[in-house]
Design a binder for this molecule. Structure first.
Ligand code: PBG
Length: 321
């Protein structure tokens, strides 16, 4: 056997290529901020922008032109309090962003991140007891309230990213009880307590004011535990499970794919994005590194990739490179 036979030219290479990226694999995250006339580049995430609601149409129209049909919405609110109440305000930043996106392009599929950390004054993803510990079961009520409020605003899917136990079961019941039987839940199932969320936290203003997230997000060293997390979320009613981050956890993506026959998403997080993007912008890496890093996530087993590179990838796919 001569392995080089099928590498001889582009036609044979294309014929036997095992993994293909498609625009329908990609979900593009969007940051909506309060205020007016804002489109400002996020310092920690080159080429990503904060948009106020009145200028969101610019992003939505660009995505439509590129052929990207899926977005994940993050809100950056002005108001924070102990209970994160601006997160379930029917007139909150995410709720208004969802309505505006649907107004601009009713064909855009809108997913919302359901969490509390951007909305709480302490920056944790739940309600605290007086010692500063996150209360699991008390938090579930709030998360479900947030999800319901997003869906009432027109969200097509909700994606809880808090890592409380039982939140999928609680949210599924809340959606069903309110008649939203067909709204899917994409669960951030194996979500690690990683330093790769750093650029996002400065973009969203969501860093914890004290301590860390290690009592709810997963230990970076664990793999069997990720399989147990995902099995529980499936049992509780998750429609899609997620591994996050992606590039530093490709082994977990592969285990998920081999263990479960349910749609699998992976989140190519802010730190992974900014590392590659900065290297490309500074001429340290060739820009083909962008396609390679996103393709790796698909090859590892992800069906769906949430990535800040979605527009770059769409341009490459549209240009046929
Ligand atoms: C909210 C949330 C985070 C991210 C997505 N949802 C931050 C965190 O958990 O601290 C990170 C996304 C990224 O880094 O791109 N809980």
């Amino acid at each position: 056997m001569r392995m080089r036979r099928l590498r001889e030219n582009a036609l044979t290479r294309n014929l036997i290529r095992e993994t293909h990226l498609s625009k329908d694999d990609l979900i593009y995250p969007i940051f909506a901020v309060e205020g007016t006339n804002i489109k400002s580049e996020i310092p920690s995430m080159p080429d990503c922008y904060h948009y106020s609601i009145d200028r969101l149409n610019e992003e939505i129209e660009e995505l439509k032109t590129l052929g990207i049909n899926y977005v994940l919405i993050f809100g950056v609110p002005n108001e924070k309090d102990k209970l994160g109440s601006s997160a379930y305000d029917d007139n909150g930043i995410v709720q208004r962003a969802v309505k505006e996106i649907k107004r601009v392009n009713s064909g855009m599929y809108v997913i919302t991140d359901v969490c509390m950390c951007q909305y709480t004054s302490h920056g944790h993803c739940g309600i605290l007891d007086k010692n500063g510990n996150v209360l699991n079961d008390e938090t579930l009520e709030y998360l479900s309230k947030i999800a319901l409020s997003h869906v009432k605003a027109g969200a097509d899917m909700v994606a809880p990213s808090d890592m409380m136990d039982f939140r999928i079961a609680h949210m599924r019941k809340a959606l069903d009880d309110n008649g939203y039987l067909n709204i899917p839940i994409m669960a951030y199932s194996a979500k690690y307590a990683t330093s790769f969320y750093g650029p996002f936290r400065s973009a969203a203003g969501s860093a914890p004011q004290f301590g860390d997230r290690k009592s709810y997000q997963m230990d970076i060293a664990n793999s069997d535990e990720a399989v147990r997390e995902m099995a529980l979320d499936i049992e509780e009613g998750a429609d899609i499970i997620m591994v996050k981050p992606a590039l530093t956890y490709l082994d977990i993506i592969r285990r998920a794919k081999d263990n479960f026959n349910i749609p699998l998403a992976a989140y190519n997080v802010s730190g992974e994005y900014s590392m590659v993007k900065t290297a490309v912008l500074n001429g340290i890496l060739d820009k083909s590194a962008i396609f390679e890093s996103v393709l790796a996530i698909k090859r590892a087993g992800a069906d769906i990739i949430i990535t800040y590179f979605a527009k770059d990838i769409a341009k490459i796919l549209n240009g046929g490179r």
